[in-house]
Design a protein. Structure first.
Length: 582
């Protein structure tokens, strides 16, 4: 093996790792929504968690990525530690799929069917199709498919390049002696752990081992301990991801480490005992690509079978090493580790936005209630809610901006934009609730009151405002287009009510039925109520935009007002309901 072979080996390794990275990221983006659905089934039991971890890892081709996601889920409160344990176990099995795909490189034979199964035969076609999709298609979905095919083609080409570069090593005595050293199980485990820790991918590490196996110098006796060590090395990624997280997330990464260490120790002891007593001839045979894939799968299955019944003990072990504080720690609201999985990050952002919507809605109801009968507790609730919604706007807004800089598909990008718009409107509703409360306090402190007619009119405006807030909240919470379409006609009615009430107030001023001082409060109130209805219209418009895959809010609202018989019917209904009483 000369210098040029070494350079070829390095180039092949770089292509292999790059292809695996491109393919994994593209698969993850394409499967985002499906991952979200799979994660929703986690609460159904141990087996569901195991299968979810297996399925997600098989899709994104990386147990490290799955485990990092799990750490983020636990940190954000999306998943309990008990659920995380079974997902981690499933991820260890799912990662073995990659080794089986790479083992296709070892297929040999003159039969045309066998030759077509060799990656060198079909990857050029996949690369050509992938290039066509990636460069010439306008559809984001097809571009992602193109990236998957290109990543796979580059991965397999890198594997083939590595295989060709190391073939000459079979004639190098020192190389054979090196793998004789790895027959010492402890050295093999150490080598596998170090290699995997450096490249942070057990799938890639197994692929490199498979490439070296073509030399014939890698025996099963050396390969099996290396495979065991690779399971320990892959824990480094999750351990790094746990820095800066809460204790629950740290426990999840510790479970991952303890699961792999305990499994490796137990089965390494079994391997050493069998080797010492029976000395199977298989252990001295040269490992094949398929044989390494088989050993990888069997070892991970054996670890799962051993520890699946003892998942409770793994949980207790994690709590023993990382006990709770005397004061329970608060769960992180949004974890940046989830940004790697946009669908899940969006779902978490939406969940927090729904909390924000609930707080803003309760705040407005409390402030309107204070107009009729002032209550100090409700007043404090309104002010606390305003601070909380301000905080939510900062946290969710910053998070969504970071998420928007990630590669998102069209639907995910639209969802992020809709949430960004919605949090601004929700924060303003809570601001208007404070303004309404301050008007109620001014009336109370100055001991002034509206006339009987004004009180009746204000009650109607408050009722209409509370109704539109309820409609906007329901449409946003349930993504209900039917309810969203009810918001705009009511908003137009409230606009007309504002003008009517302002005109009637001026008439009362001229007649002397109402004072100037109370008139300022009246004007503030009807202005804040009308602006609340505007923000409700924006929120409902976002729901309509999302359903129609567009982000043109004004066009959507104009279309609702101008083209819908439903709009005209609802407008007439709300006009009769409110104008008929004022």
């Amino acid at each position: 093996m000369d210098l040029f072979d070494v350079l070829t080996l390095i180039g092949g390794l770089c292509l292999f790792l790059y292809g695996m990275n491109v393919m994994g990221q593209a698969l993850e983006r394409s499967a985002g929504g499906k991952l979200e659905l799979m994660l929703g089934k986690l609460t159904t039991g141990k087996m569901a968690g195991l299968l979810t971890g297996l399925g997600v890892t098989a899709v994104i081709q990386s147990s490290s990525a799955t485990t990092v996601m799990v750490v983020g889920f636990v940190n954000s409160g999306l998943m309990s530690l008990k659920q995380a344990i079974h997902v981690i176990m499933g991820a260890n099995i799912g990662t073995t799929v990659t080794a089986w795909i790479l083992s296709l490189s070892g297929i040999s034979g003159d039969n045309i069917v066998i030759r077509l199964l060799k990656p060198t035969s079909f990857t050029p076609v996949l690369a050509l199709v992938g290039l066509g999709f990636y460069m010439f298609s306008k559809s984001k979905k097809k571009k992602e498919i193109g990236a998957i095919l290109l990543g796979f083609a580059v991965l397999m080409f890198g594997m083939d390049t590595m295989t060709g570069a190391v073939e000459g090593l079979s004639q190098v005595p020192q190389f054979r002696e090196l793998f004789l050293l790895f027959k010492n199980p402890l050295l093999g485990v150490l080598a596998g752990a170090l290699l995997t820790a450096v490249i942070q991918s057990s799938s890639a590490s197994v692929g490199i081992l498979q490439a070296l196996a073509v030399t014939g110098a890698v025996s099963y006796g050396a390969a099996i301990p290396i495979i065991m060590g690779q399971n320990i090395g892959t824990c480094v990624t999750a351990l790094l991801a746990s820095f800066g997280t809460n204790k629950s997330a740290k426990r999840a990464s510790l479970v991952h480490l303890s699961f792999n260490v305990i499994g490796t120790v137990v089965w390494l002891c079994v391997f050493s005992i069998v080797n010492a007593i029976f000395a199977p001839a298989l252990f001295n045979e040269a490992a094949s690509l398929t044989g390494i894939a088989t050993a990888h799968s069997l070892f991970n299955l054996a670890c799962m079978i051993l520890l699946f019944p003892m998942s409770g003990l793994l949980e207790k072990l994690a709590y023993t090493f990382i006990p709770n504080d005397k004061h329970a720690e608060q769960t992180s609201e949004l974890d940046e580790r989830l940004l790697a999985t946009p669908a899940v990050a969006l779902e978490r952002s939406r969940a927090l936005t729904l909390d924000m919507a609930r707080i803003a809605t309760e705040s407005l109801r409390a402030s309107v209630a204070c107009l009729g009968a002032y209550d100090a507790d409700k007043a404090q609730l309104v002010r606390d809610a305003e601070e909380r919604t301000d905080h939510f706007e900062d946290v969710i807004g910053s998070y969504l901006v970071k998420l928007s800089s990630r590669p998102l598909n069209e639907r995910e990008g639209m969802q992020a934009s809709v949430l960004l718009k919605a949090i601004g409107d929700l924060e303003r509703i809570s601001d208007h609730a404070v303004n309404i409360l301050e008007s109620a306090e001014e009336l109370r402190e100055k001991e002034i009151a509206f006339s009987a007619d004004a009180q009746k009119e204000m009650k109607m405006l408050c009722d209409a405002t509370l109704e539109i807030v309820s409609l906007a909240f329901a449409s946003f919470t349930e993504n209900d287009i039917g309810v969203a379409n009810c918001v705009e006609p009511l908003e137009q009615v409230i606009d007309r009510m504002k003008e009517l009430l302002r005109t009637r107030h001026i008439e009362r001023l001229r007649k002397g039925d109402c004072g100037i001082e109370v008139g300022f409060v009246w004007n503030d109130l009807i202005t804040n109520m009308e602006r609340v209805s505007d923000h409700c219209s924006n929120i409902a418009g976002c729901v309509i935009d999302l359903s129609q895959n567009t982000l043109n809010l004004h066009e959507s609202l104009n279309r609702v007002r101008g083209e819908s018989e439903f709009y005209r019917e609802k407008y007439a209904e709300y006009s009769q309901k409110y104008f008929g009483l004022v």
